[in-house]
Design a protein around this ligand. Structure first.
Ligand code: RB5
Length: 146
């Protein structure tokens, strides 16, 4: 898969670990930064990642900030983006199987590297359930849907 990453200063260290993990798993990765602890604004990275996923240039996006919350709020402003903030593996799996989440947001100040790696691995490995009721509900998420 083609996966695009972004982080602010609160998430760049965890992002670096996850970029290595995901590259090592054989995915094509683009890292849009940030890569230092210099203060940045999380929406700048959320919008860069979410717009690329919305445009179809990438299959999935992964965003890391301090909590994951700001990234998810900003990413979800983009039509077609279904961003989820996760701090457990169950939610990560369900966000794929029921909600077809295409952007994963993590909080470096919330989850350790080991748990984050498990979350990312589970999230990348899970497919949406081929089930009419879940497809119908997902279609209803978009405000422009009938
Ligand atoms: C930055 O201090 C912090 O607010 C940011 O990383 C993120 O947690 C926002 O939701």
């Amino acid at each position: 898969m083609k996966i695009v990453f972004g982080a602010d200063h609160g998430g760049y260290r965890l992002k670096a670990e996850l970029v290595s993990l995901v590259r090592g798993a054989g995915h094509e990765v683009e890292d849009l930064g940030t890569s230092t602890g210099e203060s940045t604004d999380y929406p700048d990275y959320a919008h860069q990642v979410a717009s690329r996923v919305a445009a179809g240039a990438f299959d999935r996006g992964i965003l890391v900030c301090g909590s994951g919350v700001g990234m998810s709020i900003a990413a979800n402003r983009h039509g077609g983006v279904r961003a989820v903030v996760c701090s457990d593996v169950y939610t990560a799996r369900m966000s794929r199987s029921h909600n077809d989440a295409n952007v994963l947001c993590l909080g470096e100040r919330v989850v350790g590297t080991g748990l984050a790696a498990e979350i990312v691995t589970a999230w990348l490995g899970e497919e949406p359930e081929a089930n009419e009721r879940h497809a119908r509900r997902r279609a209803k998420i978009e405000i422009s849907s009938p």
